[in-house]
Design a protein around this ligand. Structure first.
Ligand SMILES: *[C@@H]1O[C@H](CO)[C@@H](O)[C@H](O)[C@H]1NC(C)=O
Ligand SMILES: *[C@@H]1O[C@H](CO)[C@@H](O)[C@H](O)[C@H]1NC(C)=O
Ligand SMILES: *[C@@H]1O[C@H](CO)[C@@H](O)[C@H](O)[C@H]1NC(C)=O
Ligand SMILES: *[C@@H]1O[C@H](CO)[C@@H](O)[C@H](O)[C@H]1NC(C)=O
Length: 352
């Protein structure tokens, strides 16, 4: 049978090969648009940073999925970036990728510290950035540069540390119009800021914008200096708020070690559909709806404390799929476009 059918199959394949350029199943673009790399941010990490950008795969290798502090039954082993989303069927958003080692042991487990970028800005051996591109098909393209760190050090208020957690996803998003960068969103804790692209400081090539990542918290700012930020929902009695610090300590070029994927949404749908730009990039992990670090330790955990609902150790974050990748008109996440103000200038002392 196979022998007899072979010429027919070859003929069909040949016909299909001719059909490929007009196939409706083909994605709109087959390669990452050049401008996504040309105008990609350069990130400066703080000079006293201890928790550097980290490898996505290493996060899986050093954790196990847990719900209510119990290991989830039936999870694939090993967990990989290709099968991580199979956890969604096992209790999705209640799953926490939980450190196997104690995160508070001394010395601090090495994997939590990530990888210091080399002199070219590359995090060698660590894919620590995920670039997700939403092409709206009308000339507007949003490029999300998602920065991954294995650990978040939340900062100190009058000798008390707050908001330390395993796993930290931060991002900037650049909006392009017909290949030209227009505006950029900077994630900062629960919120963030947008600036006109032309207002942002640029790297030596005059093209790439500079992003300053705050010490420990990795919130993104457009300037160096001190940035006060209030703890959501907490009115501190001592009149001292948490402060972010940025400077040009270590240069990190996130695109030197990154995964690239496109994202699209069916009409009216809110579930993102991810596709890799090539056949080797893992993409299934982007669908994972659980948390990238330990669940907030309960009161029996050594050193855990809470002050007005803010804890020393808090829970790990959700991943890229939860960052509102379909912003449409505004540049801010899940926002009312009118409230998404795009600032025309970068002023020193922002957010004070
Ligand atoms: C930066 O974070 C480290 C903890 O990782 C902390 O010890 C250090 O004091 C912080 N630097 C500043 C300027 O707050
Ligand atoms: C899923 O997680 C929730 C919250 O932790 C828990 O109450 C529930 O029992 C879990 N469901 C299953 C099927 O494990
Ligand atoms: C508190 O957390 C520990 C793990 O750190 C867990 O073994 C224990 O069951 C938890 N207790 C409660 C009441 O959830
Ligand atoms: C492009 O499409 C997005 C999504 O439909 C829409 O929000 C946006 O306003 C459009 N932009 C232009 C310039 O037409």
């Amino acid at each position: 049978m196979a022998f007899i059918l072979a010429p027919f199959v070859v003929a069909v394949l040949a016909t299909q090969a001719y059909c490929i350029p007009t196939s409706k199943n083909l994605r709109r673009e087959t390669a990452v648009p050049d401008f996504v790399n040309t105008y990609a941010p350069i990130v400066y990490l703080h000079s006293t940073e201890n928790y550097f950008p980290s490898d996505l795969g290493a996060q899986l290798a050093n954790t196990q999925p847990q719900t209510d502090y119990q290991v989830v039954e039936g999870a694939p082993s090993p967990l990989t970036l290709d099968n991580l989303d199979s956890l969604n069927a096992l209790n999705g958003s209640n799953i926490y990728l939980t450190s196997i080692e104690s995160t508070t042991s001394i010395p601090t487990p090495q994997w939590l510290k990530g990888v210091i970028p080399d002199s070219t800005g590359k995090t060698n051996g660590a894919v620590s950035c995920s670039i997700v591109v939403n092409d709206y098909g009308n000339g507007t393209v949003d490029a999300f540069y998602m920065y991954f760190y294995a650990y978040n050090w939340g900062g100190t208020v009058v000798d008390f540390d707050f908001d330390d957690h395993v796993g930290d996803w931060e991002h900037t998003m650049t909006r392009f119009s017909n290949g030209e960068p227009q505006a950029m969103w900077f994630s900062q804790h629960e919120d963030g800021e947008s600036f006109e692209f032309s207002a942002l400081p640029k790297y030596a090539d005059g093209l790439r914008p500079i992003v300053y990542s705050a010490n420990g918290s990795h919130a993104n700012y457009a300037t160096t200096g001190t940035h006060d930020h209030t703890i959501p929902g907490l009115d501190l009695p001592f009149g001292v708020a948490l402060v972010d610090y940025t400077d040009d300590g270590y240069m990190w070029d996130p695109i030197l070690s990154a995964y690239y994927a496109s994202v699209s949404f069916a009409a009216g749908a809110t579930t993102p559909v991810f596709a890799a730009y090539d056949t080797v990039t893992p993409v299934n992990w982007l669908n994972f709806v659980g948390k990238w670090g330990d669940e907030q330790y309960n009161s029996s955990y050594p050193g855990q404390y809470g002050v007005f609902g803010e804890y020393r150790y808090s829970s790990g974050p959700t991943g890229p799929e939860d960052k509102d990748l379909n912003r449409g008109e505004g540049t801010c996440p899940s926002g009312d476009p009118a409230a998404c103000i795009v600032l025309p200038v970068v002023l020193p002392g922002e957010k004070v």
